[in-house]
Design a protein around this ligand. Structure first.
Ligand SMILES: *[C@@H]1O[C@H](CO)[C@@H](O)[C@H](O)[C@H]1NC(C)=O
Ligand SMILES: *[C@@H]1O[C@H](CO)[C@@H](O)[C@H](O)[C@H]1NC(C)=O
Ligand SMILES: *[C@@H]1O[C@H](CO)[C@@H](O)[C@H](O)[C@H]1NC(C)=O
Length: 364
């Protein structure tokens, strides 16, 4: 039906009025929030008062389960109580339907996959596998542990406890061989990027997934050259030497969903958005990216080997080498102190369990 002329006129006037009215209304609401009632939430959207106690409905759901039994949906449920905006569905790895995951399609690396779609297609055609493997994928409740590389792991004999987890994620070149007593012997996946990947092929453990967390467009190209065994034409653009061979079949390689970098940076930690581009101090560390992945894909989440205690500059930085804590400087890319605030929230609220107590130290 055609709109009559006077009606159209009226609409032309009404529309801007509605828009203005809405703007006025919403700005009023914002002001009310800012001035009147105190918000219960911080700037990132996390509850200000974090306690370890379970809300009643969770107590009812999980209170019965005996100690040590995997609690289905526990990490996400606790996360939602302190961060109501949490939306669980976000696949761990990219699969051929990755274009449909709209949260990543409008961001450039490292926060999304814009401009890299073709290369990702090439890679996924070769890997043909996009999950954790049949056994883990069919398991209805998974406990995951993200292994940080901190010196805090040394001489704590946590290996046996760590091996009890269903999914054990290790980062970059953190060795297992020779350190089993402290860090366990199982590795489900090793999450890394070209500069962080193990370079000596004999150091790779058997039976683990090789997972790329791409921090720049070049990292996808690197993975493609590794998979198709092509020579990298140039190493320009990498910030240190990179692995040239990875002794893994394509079916054992995965691409970590870049959404976890985006969500950790802009939502959870609150790093500068910088128009969605990489900039000063807005890249989360790999450890926090891995924890973010686990919040979406594991029923329970633990960490070990996280946390830098700057008050002990002579303590070892990593469990496997002699560099001291004092060697870590505020880097251009990361914002360690802001990131730590986020991790403290997770530990304080019991969303994640910190086996080595390095995140809070004596401070929570
Ligand atoms: C917990 O135990 C009570 C009483 O034994 C039972 O009624 C309830 O269904 C149990 N809850 C769950 C989630 O199993
Ligand atoms: C761990 O124990 C070994 C052997 O006793 C010792 O050499 C090393 O310094 C210890 N490391 C730390 C961080 O305490
Ligand atoms: C880290 O964040 C704090 C607080 O927002 C800011 O003052 C500081 O400059 C940031 N550091 C870096 C390296 O960006």
């Amino acid at each position: 039906m055609r709109i009559m002329k006077p009606t159209r006129h009226l609409l032309l006037v009404l529309c801007p009025m509605l828009v203005l009215g809405f703007l006025y209304y919403s700005s009023g609401r914002l002001h009310l929030r800012g001035w009147g009632q105190k918000s219960l939430y911080d700037k990132q959207g996390f509850l200000l008062k974090l306690g370890g106690n379970l809300p009643l409905e969770l107590m009812y759901k999980y209170g019965n389960l005996s100690e040590g039994v995997c609690k289905p949906g526990y990490a996400a449920a606790k996360m939602t109580t302190i961060y109501p905006m949490f939306a669980k569905p976000a696949p761990m790895f990219l699969d051929p339907n990755f274009r449909r995951f709209s949260k990543i399609s409008n961001f450039f690396p490292p926060f999304g996959m814009k401009t890299q779609e073709k290369i990702i297609d090439n890679i996924l055609t070769a890997t043909k596998s996009y999950g954790l493997g049949d056994e883990l994928d069919s398991q209805s409740c998974k406990k995951c542990i993200i292994m940080g590389n901190g010196g805090i792991l040394a001489n704590k004999s946590m290996g046996v406890k760590i091996d009890e987890y269903d999914v054990i994620a290790r980062l970059n070149e953190a060795p297992v061989s020779g350190y089993e007593k402290d860090v366990g012997s199982k590795t489900t996946m090793r999450i890394t990027y070209p500069e962080g990947a193990i370079q000596k092929t004999e150091r790779y453990e058997q039976d683990s997934l090789f997972v790329l967390s791409a921090f720049k467009a070049l990292d996808f190209k690197w993975l493609r050259s590794i998979i198709f065994k092509e020579r990298l034409r140039s190493t320009e653009g990498f910030w240190k030497s990179v692995a040239r061979h990875v002794p893994r079949e394509p079916s054992e390689m995965r691409i970590l969903n870049p959404y976890f970098i985006q969500e950790a940076a802009f939502r959870f930690i609150g790093l500068p958005h910088n128009n969605g581009q990489m900039g000063r101090g807005n890249i989360p560390t790999l450890g926090t990216v891995a924890i973010t992945m686990a919040l979406h894909n594991c029923d329970e989440v633990a960490v070990a080997g996280f946390g830098y205690d700057m008050s002990t500059p002579h303590a070892p930085l990593h469990y496997y080498e002699k560099i001291r804590m004092a060697a870590i400087k505020e880097s251009w890319t990361h914002n360690i102190s802001k990131e730590k605030e986020f991790l403290i929230k997770l530990v304080k609220a019991g969303v994640i369990q910190d086996l080595t107590n390095g995140i809070c130290g004596s401070g929570c």
